[in-house]
Design a protein around this ligand. Structure first.
Ligand code: CP
Ligand code: NVA
Length: 319
């Protein structure tokens, strides 16, 4: 094992620019020639813990492990004594003795922290309240495929800015060197947490070339953007009784056909899904010619296969 083993991916900020580029390179190769990698994780096992629902993450992880010659155990926390008779500490230590890598979709960043702190195998956050690194890798692959490059790119995220996706998109731009503007009703509680602002400032200093801006104007954020991004207004776990108030605050930030006209002419529209037509964006946008949502979803498979291969075999793995 290399000196840096195990690498834990808690947010996209856990990976360096070089590591992300390596994942991209391997993901492209795996996508182009999946048959060349059918033994990359032969006899290896992934444990995929889930405390929240999932379509894409679960299906792409399970499929990916099969394609790499390994096996995935789907483990719903509802089936586990965790939180009742079992601690995160013991879960991390026990499963580290069985499997080679673990993904976890847990409700809080503290739970992911504790899992990573106590595991002796790589732990990947599969969505908590603070980030969604697997989605970032898939989205970045989609951007590179579409544009052939990413430097100088302008990405606008509009809607709920107190959000896992918002935070990781900001981090991704700062690490890779593109420009991210996020816009939402900060005055109504949808503001970016201060810790993320501080973290992004540090990432910018270390990596150079990118920038981030926080705005309350949808039009300002979207003007001239190459990528327009939005995410669900009802993230997993948000109680239904908050729905009405959230929608009142967020409706001015809906992405419509008119919004897309303010973006660059060749702009793409992204949403990590699940999405609701008529909520965070109109059907016209989600199903329109600028939308790349199904490429994003497909790329979850390729990007995660590459990430898991590098985490298990080491980042010096020969492509
Ligand atoms: N985008 C995403 O993570 O989708 P799921 O919630 O279906 O896994
Ligand atoms: N912000 C969303 C992302 C879903 C992939 C949520 O947390 O539900």
């Amino acid at each position: 094992k290399s000196a840096e083993y195990p690498v834990h991916v808690k947010t996209i900020g856990s990976l360096s620019r070089q590591q992300i580029l390596k994942v991209m390179e391997l993901a492209k190769n795996m996508k182009a020639d999946p048959h060349a990698y059918t033994s990359a994780l032969k006899n290896r096992t992934l444990l995929a813990l889930f405390e929240k629902p999932s379509l894409r993450t679960r299906v792409s992880l399970e499929t990916g492990m099969t394609q790499l010659g390994g096996h995935c155990i789907y483990y719903a926390l509802a089936d586990s004594p965790l939180g009742k008779k079992e601690s995160i500490l013991d879960t991390a230590k026990v499963v580290s003795r069985y499997v080679d890598v673990m993904t976890a979709r847990l409700k809080t960043r503290q739970a992911i922290e504790e899992l990573a702190e106590n595991a002796t195998i790589p732990v990947v956050n599969a969505l908590d309240d603070y980030g969604h690194p697997c989605q970032m890798l898939a989205d970045f692959l989609t951007i590179i495929e579409h544009y052939g490059s990413y430097e100088g790119m302008k990405l606008a995220f509009v809607g709920d800015c107190q959000n896992n996706m918002t935070y990781d998109l900001m981090r991704l731009g700062c690490i890779m060197g593109f420009h991210v503007t996020v816009a939402g009703p900060a005055d109504k509680g949808f503001n970016v947490e201060w810790s993320v602002v501080k973290e992004c400032e540090k990432l910018l200093e270390e990596n150079k070339g990118g920038s981030f801006k926080i705005s309350n104007s949808k039009d300002e954020a979207v003007a001239g953007a190459n990528i327009v991004y939005c995410d669900s207004w009802m993230s997993y776990g948000i109680p239904q009784d908050e729905r009405q108030e959230r929608f009142k605050a967020l409706m001015p930030y809906q992405v419509t056909g008119e919004t897309m006209k303010l973006a660059d002419k060749g702009a793409i529209f992204m949403n990590c899904l699940p999405a609701v037509r008529g909520e965070e964006q109109t059907a016209e946008v989600l199903d329109g010619p600028q939308s790349v949502i199904y490429d994003q979803a497909e790329n979850r498979l390729h990007a995660q296969k590459a990430l898991l291969t590098l985490l298990v075999n080491g980042f010096d793995y020969k492509l």
